[in-house]
Structure formats: C-alpha cells, structure tokens
Design a protein around this ligand. Structure first.
Ligand SMILES: *Cc1c(COP(=O)(O)O)cnc(C)c1O
Length: 354
C-alpha cells in the first residue's frame, strides 16, 4: 500500500523549492561546530569559550576591534540595533521595500519605543544619497520626528548589491546630516561574494556604524550577529538584548556555528554557491520569450516577470514561489541548492513559455 505523502515521514523528501533561502537546512560546517560545542558543559549567558572565540573571529574577519552580540533572528537584531541608535522621538530612514518596514511587524518601532520608520523610494531596493538628503531636510521643525539613522539592506530584498563606492557616497551624506548608518546584512555574505571584496571594505571602511550579519540564510540553523564598529554605540546593548529576550542562556549554540562558518570559509563559499545558482538560472533563460528579470541579478535571487498564466503554469508543475515584491516570481537560492534542480526549474520555465 502507498504510504501517505507527509513531509514528516522520513522517506518523503519533498522536492527542493526555491521560494526562500531559509528553506535550506543547516550546512555541515555549522552543524559540526554545534556538535563540538555540545561535548560537555560550559558556562551560560555568553561566558563560555565558544562565544569569546566567535567574537574574536568576527574581529579578525572585519580587521578591526568591534563589539559583537548574538541574537536569534534578523527582526530582533535589526530592531535592537536601531533602538540603540535612536531616541524615541527620532526617525529611521529606510527603503519602502525594506524588510524592517515590510516584514518586521513594527518591531523596530516597538523596541525603540516609537522611533518612526520614514520610508523613501529606492532604485532596485537601493537607497540613494539624494533621497536621504531630501527627506532629512524636508522637515526640520519640532513637529516631525528627527531623522537619526539610515538603514539599508546589503544585499537588497531585490537581490542587488551596493558597491563600496555607493556605500561611501551614501555614508558621506549621512554623516554630513548627523545621522548613523545601519546595515541589514541578512544576506551580507552574498554581497561579499558578489562584490569579491573584503567585509571591511563594505562596512566600517565605507562608513557603516552597525551591521546585522545574517547567519540563518547563510547556512546556520538560527542566529544573527550584531556588529558595532563604533563601540560607543554599543554601551549597555547587552541589557537591551536581555530585556528583549535575546540573551540565550546556552549562548554557545548561537556562537559556535559562526566559528565553523568562518574557520572553514563556508560563510563565503555558501554565498558564492547561492549566487552562482542565480546566475545559472539567468543564463539558462537568456533569450527566452515571455519572461524577463525585474531586477539586476547580483546576489542569490532572480525575480521573473511573466504573464499570470505563466506563473500559474509553473505552480501547476509544483513550483513554489512568492510574488509579494513587484508582482514577479521570486526564486532564491541557498548554500545547498542543487544545480540539477535549478535546471529542472529552467526547463519548466522554458517549457511553459514556449
Ligand atoms: C530574512 C531577512 C531578515 C531576517 O528575518 P527574520 O525572519 O527575522 O530572521 C532581515 N532582513 C532581510 C532583508 C531579510 O531578508
């Protein structure tokens, strides 16, 4: 008799989908670091050797002395980082399409006790200096929240990356206006792999004050690191983490995977693989009629614009994807995306648009 098809049955391995990069599991390097940290016991609340070692590796990777904190997810990391940069009467400038605005359920406002997100238009998800200046100077009276922070996503929600020069130009404007620069790096590794530059070049050397570095989408089970390049901004930050329920008592399991990722180079290798899968899909679709990309493909994402009937035909063939950004179908690749499966997707897209 046929077994009922259940995702929980150990024999039923569902076909790989490219709806999001957080569909992927845990990469071996992160897993073995967790296992290593699980041998024996260790002090709690971050007083363990794994946490200290992970923080040291961040300082090495970024080639600077910085303050590191570990949180469970990106919403918490972003919200707490922003709350550290703002008073409740301040404003946070962000792209209208940004995760902090569209996907964090008001957490940045909640954790900052009311700092208002001020949205601006962006280009391929990227914030431009002129737009920041325009908004910051439009209202300087006491009745409008005082702009204090700009937050940007690297890579962007639309799969584009800011170059080091673009970041430097943006941060020069931000500094001139007396504001801080926060980077939502849920896909920071993908940006590093895409730009082939050092983490330092696209963060503190380009004027970024605080980075939220995403581990989850990079191949870890869970966890984001908050990296303060301006250490004075991190004063008392551990209290914010604790109050927000982000101080893990078994902190070593949030910290150790980073050791595995950095020591093995998996952080960059995983991201480069995910980016290469996006380029592979793009190259397979070159010349196809009836589909076009919505945004430049610079990281691990391809957004396809196609007729609703085409998107339905892909769904009918069992493909899962989101259309919440710009109405296009988003295909997003991860550390373990298989090229053979990307080829199956390409074959189906070519087939339904023939
Ligand atoms: C995934 C993501 C986050 C983090 O989301 P969580 O679900 O809170 O971990 C943050 N920013 C961007 C741009 C993301 O894509």
């Amino acid at each position: 008799m046929d077994q009922p098809h259940s995702p929980l049955s150990s024999t039923a391995i569902p076909d790989e989908q490219f709806a999001s990069d957080n569909y992927a599991g845990i990469c071996p390097e992160a897993m073995s670091a967790m296992e290593a940290a699980n041998r024996g016991s260790a002090p709690s609340y971050g007083e363990d050797p794994w946490t200290a070692k992970a923080a040291g590796l961040f300082r090495e990777l970024f080639e600077t002395d910085c303050e590191i904190f570990f949180a469970f997810n990106g919403t918490a990391a972003n919200s707490l980082a922003l709350s550290a940069l703002c008073q409740s009467y301040h404003g946070v400038i962000c792209a209208a399409s940004s995760h902090v605005e569209t996907d964090e359920c008001g957490a940045p406002e909640f954790f900052s006790n009311g700092s208002k997100l001020l949205t601006i238009a962006s280009e391929n998800g990227k914030i431009l200096p002129e737009a920041v200046r325009e908004l910051a100077l439009r209202r300087t009276d006491i009745h409008f929240p005082k702009p204090k922070v700009v937050t940007l996503s690297q890579s962007t929600e639309t799969g584009c990356v800011y170059s080091a020069d673009e970041l430097s130009a943006l941060s020069a404007t931000i500094r001139e206006l007396g504001m801080h620069l926060h980077m939502d790096g849920a896909r920071f590794s993908n940006a590093c792999a895409s730009l082939r530059c050092s983490p330092a070049e696209i963060t503190w050397k380009a004027g970024v004050d605080v980075l939220c570095f995403g581990g989850t989408k990079n191949g870890m089970a869970v966890g984001e690191a908050i990296v303060f390049f301006k250490k004075e901004l991190a004063v008392d930050f551990e209290y914010r983490c604790k109050q927000a329920g982000q101080l893990a008592s078994k902190m070593r399991f949030l910290a150790a995977p980073w050791i595995g990722m950095f020591e093995s180079g998996a952080w960059l290798r995983n991201a480069a693989h995910a980016n290469a899968c996006a380029q592979h899909l793009l190259s397979r679709l070159r010349g196809a009629k009836g589909v076009e990309t919505l945004f430049p493909v610079q990281a691990n994402t391809v957004f396809l614009k196609a007729a609703p009937s085409t998107l339905q035909a892909l769904r009918d063939r069992g493909w899962h994807f989101y259309t919440f950004i710009g109405g296009g179908a988003r295909f997003m690749f991860s550390w373990n995306s298989s090229i053979a499966r990307v080829d199956q997707l390409a074959d189906d897209i070519l087939d339904v648009t023939r």
